[in-house]
Design a protein. Structure first.
Length: 272
């Protein structure tokens, strides 16, 4: 199965700073967790965020060469980076490796596989939040409005954070990575046809106001008497939403179960 945000296992981070509107997210922040290359590096970092010392940081997801883990839900503020509004408006992602990696290190098989995975997940998030697929300049970062990609090092430099972090390091392949992001998440014609047929079939069976992305294919999701379809995460949520609009369906698709419940409460569907 294609790696998507909805497919990631969830290991809750120890430290966060409460909820935020999803509309506040304006930048995707790239980090390195300073961990060796390992097929279980993402899982190890996620467990550290969960069980580490009292002041341990956190990011929304952690990615390695063959897997990724969600540690903080999008509508929750992570402890990712000091400086400006980087935490309250940032979506933070760890790409497993070291800030001290050389250009050759970033070109090895492990790092390239990690970058591919991270690019796909960042592209999906960028589509969801209407974030520009470009690196932000320091003036754009400090105007607190512009949208785009930054590194932890960019935040440290732009906001003059004393003793701030400089990951993912000077040799991180910025140009290559943003090109990967721009070319990622393009579904095949077969995937589009299959998904289009599925949502038509489900909608003909029963219409619901909200659908939740999951691994289940055609199962009914129920929460306190509110129903919705489970649909598979074969393509990005943004593309699914576009297809739903093409069908003329007033349906909201979400990938985050906690946000799903919050939205139902906001709209008065749930009262507790």
């Amino acid at each position: 199965m294609t790696m998507t945000l909805a497919s990631l296992p969830y290991v809750p981070a120890r430290n966060t700073s409460g909820n935020r509107p999803l509309s506040d997210i304006r930048m995707i922040v790239i980090h390195t967790p300073e961990t060796p290359e390992s097929p279980t590096a993402a899982e190890g970092v996620a467990n550290y965020f969960k069980n580490g010392p009292p002041n341990v940081g956190s990011t929304h997801i952690v990615v390695d060469s063959n897997s990724a883990v969600r540690c903080v839900h999008d509508h929750v503020i992570a402890w990712g980076a000091e400086g400006g509004n980087a935490n309250s408006t940032g979506w933070h992602v760890e790409g497993c490796g070291y800030a001290a990696q050389t250009k050759d290190d970033w070109s090895d098989t492990y790092s390239r596989a990690m970058l591919v995975n991270m690019a796909a997940l960042c592209r999906e998030e960028a589509e969801l939040r209407d974030i520009s697929l470009n690196w932000m300049s320091h003036p754009q970062l400090t105007n607190l409005i512009s949208k785009g990609f930054v590194t932890h090092a960019d935040i440290t430099a732009a906001f003059n954070v004393r003793g701030g972090h400089t990951d993912p390091g000077p040799n991180f392949p910025r140009d290559l990575f943003i090109d990967m992001v721009r070319s990622a998440r393009n579904p095949t014609p077969t995937q589009l046809v299959e998904f289009f047929a599925l949502i038509q079939h489900l909608n003909n069976r029963r219409r619901f106001p909200m659908w939740l992305i999951s691994h289940s294919d055609g199962a009914i999701y129920t929460w306190n008497g509110v129903h919705g379809w489970h649909i598979p995460d074969i393509i990005s949520v943004r593309i699914q939403q576009d297809l739903m609009r093409q069908l003329g369906l007033p349906t909201e698709i979400v990938a985050d179960q906690d946000y799903f419940i919050d939205r139902l409460r906001e709209t008065g569907v749930l009262t507790k």
